[in-house]
Design a protein around this ligand. Structure first.
Ligand SMILES: [Zn+2]
Length: 178
């Protein structure tokens, strides 16, 4: 990558060391990227306001030994998602899924288009995202009891199950798709 300017959706943000942050980005050009934000934890960091998960940005990434986010410009905070709780929770599920399921630095064009277009329209659908990732809920049966009504996807087990079997998994593992 060396140096790249790309559109990206912020997936998650984790503090590291005293002042830095690690940001997970879903980028248009490179798929999912983990980047360091130097000084990102400082309250007056120029980055801080733009690194909210579920924000579309233009990111400048520089790769030496690790990848650093050196500049960020906010493009869209998807207000249409943030002002309605059902849309918002569906979109949050989607960015959490991408954060967990996507391998690092593999471009994902069709997924990128679906995420950005559905977020812009205010119509995020977890089932559509899973389908693009190769998990089509329509043709699935519960991976445990074979019930044909699947309603839950397990992020850890990469498995569709019915809602009853989904209750056996930990809360942070399961994503409700209906
Ligand atoms: Zn089941």
């Amino acid at each position: 990558m060396r140096e790249s300017v790309t559109q990206a959706v912020i997936l998650s943000l984790v503090p590291v060391k005293e002042k830095d942050m690690n940001v997970s980005l879903f980028t248009k050009e490179h798929g999912r990227v983990n980047a360091r934000v130097i000084g990102g934890k400082k309250p007056l960091s120029k980055f801080a306001p733009h690194l909210d998960p579920l924000t579309l940005v233009i990111a400048r990434l520089v790769e030496k030994n690790t990848i650093t986010l050196t500049d960020v410009l906010e493009e869209n905070r998807f207000k249409i998602l943030r002002e309605e709780s059902k849309r918002f929770s569906e979109a949050i599920k989607i960015i959490a899924l991408i954060d967990v399921l996507l391998p690092l630095e593999v471009p994902e064009g069709p997924l990128w288009n679906e995420v950005v277009h559905s977020f812009e329209k205010g119509e995020p659908r977890v089932a559509n995202i899973l389908k693009i990732l190769g998990y089509d809920s329509e043709r699935m049966i519960c991976g445990i009891c074979k019930n044909p009504n699947v309603g839950v996807f397990s992020r850890d087990h990469h498995l569709f199950v019915c809602e009853s079997c989904g209750g056996k998994f930990s809360f942070r593992d399961v994503v409700y798709i209906t």
